[in-house]
Design a protein. Sequence first.
Length: 343
Amino acid sequence: MAEAEKKREASGPQRVAAFLLSLDKEVSSNVMRHLDARIVPKVAEAMTELEPGLCTPEAVDGLYEDLARNFHARAGVRAQDDFELFAILESSYGKDEAERVIRDIHMRRRREQPFGFIESLPGNLVGRVLRQESPAIVSLVLSHVSPSVSSAVLGAFDEDSTLEIVKRMTTITPPGVEIMLTIADDLQERLRAAAEVPPPRERDASLRTVADMLNHSETEVESKVLEKLEEEDEEMAAQVRELMFTWDDLAQIDKRAMQKILASIDTRTLSMAIKACPEHVESNIMGNLSSRVRDMVLDERELIGAVAYTEVAAARAEIMAAVRSLMESGEFSPNRAGEELVN
């Protein structure tokens, strides 16, 4: 990528940081004092993590050229935020009048868009809070936000809840404005509180963390932990074991172990399991079959035709069960994370 293209792709704070760092410290400090206080933290952070593409003399020259061009170009217009608008009003009519106008604008916005504050929030955060509400409240809220926001929020609900919410949205009769504002105020307060608390980790993510930890542990520690876990929760222990060795890991199994695993699997299961299979996994499986069996598997895969993914998943689960059976019997032990192989 050309230097000019890299420069154009850099973020605003990165470009400002590079420009300031190119100046004498005294000049840089003076310019920085006149920056909007809201962007100073971003610019300061960018100064500590400056993109390499902005550090070259050519890149700095480009920044100066852009700055000069912008000085002489006709400026467009943009909407003002509340801080900028207040500054304009205060300088024209005084502080009291500026505050009154801003207050009136906020009140009108609240009545016209009681749930407008949701538009700027992450959909997963809003969904997490709205999951505690009835479908009636959720449908009311989502009926008053943009489709992009409502679709993002619906992603936090299960299929049945989503269907119920959507059905209610098609027949909803909004309550009075005061009731809407009361619901909005309560929701805004709970969203503010929820934003200060880290979201709970999904169960799958937690189990994957445990599996990764055990993959990096000594074999004796792994065995003891899984044994105790199995005593407490057999299903959870089985899920952790599955995450410790996945379908993609079959690509790393050596010839002897792979042949031992495949010996107990029939050709029908193999032909189903390798449908839409990652190339590196399929290569290791097929490379450890005899030419006769390999031809049979390929022919069967062709004859099967299109199938539901659930059938493919079931076939792969059968192979993975054979892997875990060999692991539990001690006949197969995969390379542990971080373990180096030597000849």
